[in-house]
Design a protein around this ligand. Structure first.
Ligand SMILES: [Zn+2]
Length: 717
């Protein structure tokens, strides 16, 4: 939540390496710790009207030369030794999963990652060209500068800690709660956040205007539960050792480093006790909304005056803002008074170093990776520098790079085809809502109002963000990132109190993902997901409906999941449900919680049905809507079997292909606690096992593992 609260719900949680949130120079674990599995699926992006840039020569990248293969559904990949009625995932993906382990520089590997890898290859060709241009200007110069300085490992290593030394010196001089509060305010103004997240988002009650949100953050581990659970004891030990190593790398002796690491762990544990878990936050979006006046906020946290904070950020005093999770802020307030300044110093010092570590000299980057990559997530090797620098560019100026990306990797034909698919899915969804037996006429009317107000966004933004004012050069990587961080922070703050710009995108076009934004009632599909196995202009309808069709349905149904359904057609947080219908809905969703609680992911560790509820509702409804849309599309066509499989079978087989994904076990463990999406293998089977049409397509019998029946069979939308 360094820049904006995490209200968007996305299709899938990306590979962490591909999504380091650099907007505030934070490593992934911190971005996650900020609570939010959801936050990690959106980028800190926010476009506005662009000044007309001079037309650059069209970049050239030959997509045929990319090294990473595309996954598409192939009948030859099927494991015919496994019945679809027993295990659709094993039948479709088993052979591929066994033959394609996770590469050393990743923690997950499958359909999404292969597309992401191709996207990186394209980006590499683009940025190399931009960096070599001697007359680059505008965003092309920005990208070229960050790339060139990021690839200059000699300069990065020679600089050591120098780029952040001024911040460390300021921290060393802190003596009192007062000076610490002042330091925090000043650091935020430069785009560096610590104990809480701060940024704009639409007002829950009036989604046309942005207000400020301040919410819990500041933990170095992925979730509050890591600080207390027995099952995370080993990670805690490793984390304390990591903190000590960072102190030592920065010059502390052994005894000091050990003592400071213990102090920081105690400090964070206290923060964690006052924080809410990923599960709590993911299943009650209202926990982000706590409107208060500045006076009330100042009274709540007298040691941290919000009046001074807003002033320090250069912001006008607002009538109100959302001081989310107020108990957390009260605890920070108490800690400003009763935690010794030396402990605050240790905490701020190690946070500053760890946040910047991925962009500093090798020793720091390696130590950061050893804990956050290797120990926590099971990644064997750091990604090569070129990928890390591209991920950095994507975090800081993803949309600027996206403008270059779509010129070489997205066609108007793909957009047109998507518009037709979205319209077809929409019609199928409308018919399903109208036909719901458990919902009363009044609630249905409201649900259809919401349906009629959906805004789809496809490919890339209609207008590009203006980056003028951001200064970069070829002298310092971290210097460039800090400049971008401050620029992005100020860009976001400028939205507070202003009308919401509905043309903005929360993801860059080169991101392999999709999202629903409940505050705008919009569904968004970046260019990079409009490729096989999701979308293929040359494939039969069945594959496209089972792939991107189900994704479109998934995003639409997010408007009606357990949290999305709390927002109305205009994106306002307002109840449009009758009590009776709400009860009927909750009874159905609680069955889905049970279904996913029943899945054992790793020995002894089950999927968290509550944490993943919204996504599971979206998968179940989305797949049903996509299936209906396919039937409507096929109604007047004669469709031959392909390789002996009919369209219904190919529909479900491509759904499973999308969820083809291997995980490192460590990564899986982090996700089971923090990711609002169930592991891919359960997404492949979870929805189809509730669908009669799936059983019919494969001629499954009652009692087969993929056939849920009686009370266990769930239909919601
Ligand atoms: Zn989703």
């Amino acid at each position: 939540m360094s820049t904006a609260p995490p209200f968007h719900t996305c299709l899938a949680h990306p590979d962490p390496e591909s999504h380091v949130n650099l907007a505030s120079l934070k490593p992934l674990a911190l971005a996650l710790a900020v609570t939010m599995a959801l936050a990690a699926c959106q980028k800190a992006q926010a476009p506005v009207e662009t000044a007309a840039a001079p037309e650059a020569a069209k970049p050239v990248v030959d997509l045929a030369t990319l090294k990473t293969p595309i996954i598409s559904f192939q009948s030859a990949d099927l494991d015919t030794g496994i019945s679809a009625c027993t295990d659709l995932n094993g039948f479709v993906n088993g052979k591929w999963l066994a033959a394609n382990p996770v590469p050393a520089d990743r923690t997950t590997w499958g359909s999404f990652e292969l597309l992401a890898e191709r996207s990186l290859e394209i980006q590499q060709a683009l940025v190399t060209g931009l960096a070599a241009k001697t007359d680059a200007s505008g965003t092309q110069k920005l990208i070229g500068d960050v790339w060139a300085t990021g690839m200059d490992d000699a300069a990065i290593n020679a600089a050591g800690l120098t780029p952040i030394q001024p911040m460390l010196d300021e921290i060393s001089a802190l003596e009192s709660g007062e000076s610490i509060a002042a330091f925090l305010m000043k650091s935020y103004a430069k785009g560096q956040s610590y104990v809480f997240g701060f940024g704009p988002s639409p007002d829950f009650k009036n989604s046309t205007v942005n207000i400020a949100y301040a919410g819990q953050a500041g933990l170095g581990l992925p979730d509050t539960t890591y600080y207390f659970d027995d099952k995370h004891a080993d990670i805690r030990t490793a984390y304390v050792a990591h903190l000590a190593s960072m102190f030592k790398l920065a010059g502390a002796d052994e005894a000091t480093a050990t003592a400071q690491a213990a102090d920081v762990m105690a400090f964070e544990t206290r923060l964690a006790k006052a924080s809410m878990s990923s599960e709590q936050l993911s299943r009650d979006v209202s926990l982000y909304y706590n409107p208060v006046s500045i006076d009330d906020a100042d009274a709540l946290t007298p040691n941290f005056k919000w009046s001074s904070f807003f002033e320090a950020q250069g912001l006008a005093r607002p009538e109100m803002f959302s001081l989310a999770q107020p108990d957390f802020h009260k605890e920070v307030n108490a800690m400003l008074a009763d935690v010794p300044a030396a402990t605050w110093q240790a905490y701020l010092r190690v946070q500053t170093i760890d946040n910047a570590a991925p962009f500093l000299a090798d020793a720091f980057a390696q130590e950061n990776f050893n804990f956050y990559g290797k120990t926590l997530r099971g990644q064997q090797e750091m990604q090569p520098r070129w990928k890390r620098v591209l991920n950095t560019i994507n975090g800081q100026m993803g949309e600027a790079l996206g403008k270059e990306y779509v010129e070489v990797a997205f066609s108007p034909e793909a957009k047109a085809r998507m518009q037709t698919l979205v319209a077809n899915l929409g019609e199928a969804l409308k018919a399903r809502i109208e036909g719901l037996e458990w919902m009363g006429a009044q609630t249905k009317e409201k649900a259809l109002e919401k349906w009629a107000a959906f805004t789809p966004k496809i490919g890339y933004p209609d207008k590009w963000r203006d980056w003028s004012g951001l200064q970069t050069d070829r002298t310092s990587f971290v210097g460039n990132l800090m400049a971008a961080s401050e620029f992005n922070y100020k860009f976001n703050l400028a939205k507070i109190g202003q009308p919401v710009d509905k043309t903005e995108w929360g993801m860059s076009p080169q991101t392999v993902n999709a999202y629903y934004n409940p505050l705008a009632n919009e569904i968004v599909f970046p260019a990079a997901i409009l490729q096989p196995p999701f979308f293929d202009a040359n494939a039969d309808d069945a594959l496209n409906y089972g792939g991107i069709g189900a994704v479109i349905g998934h995003e639409m149904i997010h408007g009606y999941d357990d949290q999305g359904s709390r927002f109305d057609a205009k994106g306002n947080f307002a109840n449009w449900w009758s009590d009776k219908d709400k009860t009927g809905f909750e009874q159905r969703t609680s069955q889905l919680v049970e279904q996913f609680n029943g899945y054992e992911s790793i020995e002894g560790l089950h999927v968290n049905g509550k944490l993943t509820l919204g996504e599971n509702i979206a998968d179940l409804g989305g797949l049903a809507v996509a299936y209906d849309a396919l039937q409507r599309d096929l109604a007047n066509k004669r469709v031959a079997q392909i390789d002996g499989y009919g369209p219904d079978q190919r529909f479900f087989m491509n759904w499973a292909t999308v969820w083809r994904r291997n995980f490192k076990p460590e990564e899986l463990k982090v996700r089971l606690t923090t990711d609002s999406h169930a592991p891919a293998n359960f997404r492949a089977i979870g929805a189809p096992s509730n669908m009669t049409v799936f059983a019919q397509a494969f001629d499954c019998k009652a009692g087969d593992p993929m056939v849920r029946s009686g009370d266990a069979k769930i239909a919601i939308w």
